[in-house]
Design a protein around this ligand. Structure first.
Ligand SMILES: *Cc1c(COP(=O)(O)O)cnc(C)c1O
Length: 411
């Protein structure tokens, strides 16, 4: 198979090479107050061969060969059935995709893994990025395993656990006197000045592509869950044979994704688009963008038919707190193309969902991740009771104890 970058806006094609980020002409046409324009997408052509896949289990086609990935177990996180939460919500087809189990405790590892592999392949020794906290701690950890120098720019209000992770992993930390959007500016200036590879989310298209791996895992794991259920029925004499033919994959009906910059949701879409293109699933699931009320640019753009409005983000969910989402344009166009939905939730709803997830499922998640459950609770009247619903739980609650304390009334 052949890999390239394609601009979703104008169709221009570029090689996947060092120093290539945005589609230049489209980036220059960025409108006032709009998110960065010209964000590129990885595209592939031709039939994949066995060697094009990251591994045999999920057969995920990626633009960097498997041998360049660093020695750290990213991905292949559990998809599981939270029985008590199923009962509580009345949805027997509810699943949790648990990315709190990633090596550094967040979904961001999926992107860092691919960016580190790209650096290995091209002999690049340093990666720089701005982050609200998780992307930095992730790149620092995955970079440590890969033997790369990692330089991070963090806003002063990043949760202390994420800062400590960065330092433990041995990365160079620049504390920015300002918010995340300012950290982006400083990291961009640093990369421009030094020629360092940027892992800024969305700006580097590999951050989007790396995140698609979750969709492959979900479709494979759902098929396996299906077969196990069918086997149990067969054992009990309820069914003659497995309902899923062996080798078949299964798309969920609904996926709830917490959204800040819109990179995770674009990656989730890309994964399901690839699965349809490969013929492994027949159709796309419906995807829900779950945003904090105080940081809801993408939800508002979807509802208004594409108008962007910069606001000062205010939410306790630091991982989804952005003034203007870096990948807003691409996330919005994917939501529009595939009939996606948006739902906004308050800080109180996220904190309540955080406690519900912890007390009913035994899973302690960040407030941002709890936005997926909070969004589902708000939207569930619009969902068929027998639907297969996946909540993407993106980060561990241990990363932000202060917010969790608020949820308990301890602060
Ligand atoms: C980054 C992050 C998100 C949001 O992802 P975006 O790509 O910014 O939309 C959600 N949850 C956690 C834990 C994160 O770290």
């Amino acid at each position: 198979m052949r890999w390239l970058y394609r601009c979703p806006a104008c169709g221009a094609e570029y090689p996947i090479e060092k120093g290539r980020y945005l589609c230049g002409p489209c980036a220059d046409r960025r409108g006032p107050g709009a998110p960065i324009a010209g964000v590129l997408e990885c595209a592939w052509e031709g039939e994949p061969a066995a060697g094009d896949f990251l591994d045999a289990k999920y057969s995920i086609p990626l633009p960097v060969e498997a041998r360049f990935f660093p020695p750290i177990p990213v991905g292949d996180t559990p998809l599981w059935a939270p029985a008590r939460l199923r009962e509580e919500t009345g949805f027997p087809g509810l699943f949790i995709k648990d990315d709190t189990c990633e090596p550094t405790g967040s979904f961001k590892d999926r992107a860092s893994y691919l960016v580190a592999a790209f650096a290995n392949k091209h002999g690049i020794s340093e990666i720089a990025l701005a982050s609200t906290g998780n992307a930095a701690s992730s790149m620092a950890g995955v970079g440590a395993a890969a033997g790369l120098k990692i330089t991070v720019f963090l806003p002063a209000n990043a949760p202390v656990a994420k800062r400590v992770q960065v330092l433990q992993y041995g990365a160079e930390l620049h504390q920015v006197d300002g918010n995340y959007d300012q950290a982006i500016q400083e990291s961009r200036a640093y990369s421009d000045r030094t020629g360092t590879l940027s892992r800024n989310t969305a700006y580097n298209p590999l951050t989007i592509e790396g995140k698609k791996t979750v969709s492959f895992e979900i479709a494979k794991q759902l098929a396996e869950a299906d077969m196990r259920a069918a086997d149990r029925e067969t054992d009990q004499g309820l069914a003659e044979q497995s309902s899923a033919p062996s080798g078949a994959w299964r798309a969920p009906d609904e996926v709830f994704v917490p959204v800040g910059d819109g990179v995770i949701i674009a990656g989730v879409y890309k994964g399901f688009e690839d699965l349809v293109k490969l013929g492994r699933i027949p159709r796309m699931p419906r995807i829900w963008a779950c945003q904090a009320e105080g940081s809801s640019a993408i939800a508002r753009a979807l509802l208004s038919g594409g108008a962007w409005e910069t606001v000062a983000a205010t939410t306790i969910a630091d991982s989804i707190s952005v003034d203007l989402p870096s990948n807003g344009s691409q996330a919005l166009s994917k939501l529009q193309r595939h009939g996606g939905r948006a739902v906004t939730v308050s800080d109180a709803q996220m904190l309540a969902a955080q406690r519900l997830l912890a007390s009913k499922a035994g899973l302690f998640a960040e407030p941002s991740s709890s936005a997926a459950l909070a969004g589902f609770l708000k939207a569930k009247a619009q969902i068929a009771k027998d639907a297969i619903v996946v909540l993407l739980v993106t980060g561990s609650g241990l990363k932000d104890i202060k917010s969790a304390m608020k949820g308990l009334g301890l602060e």
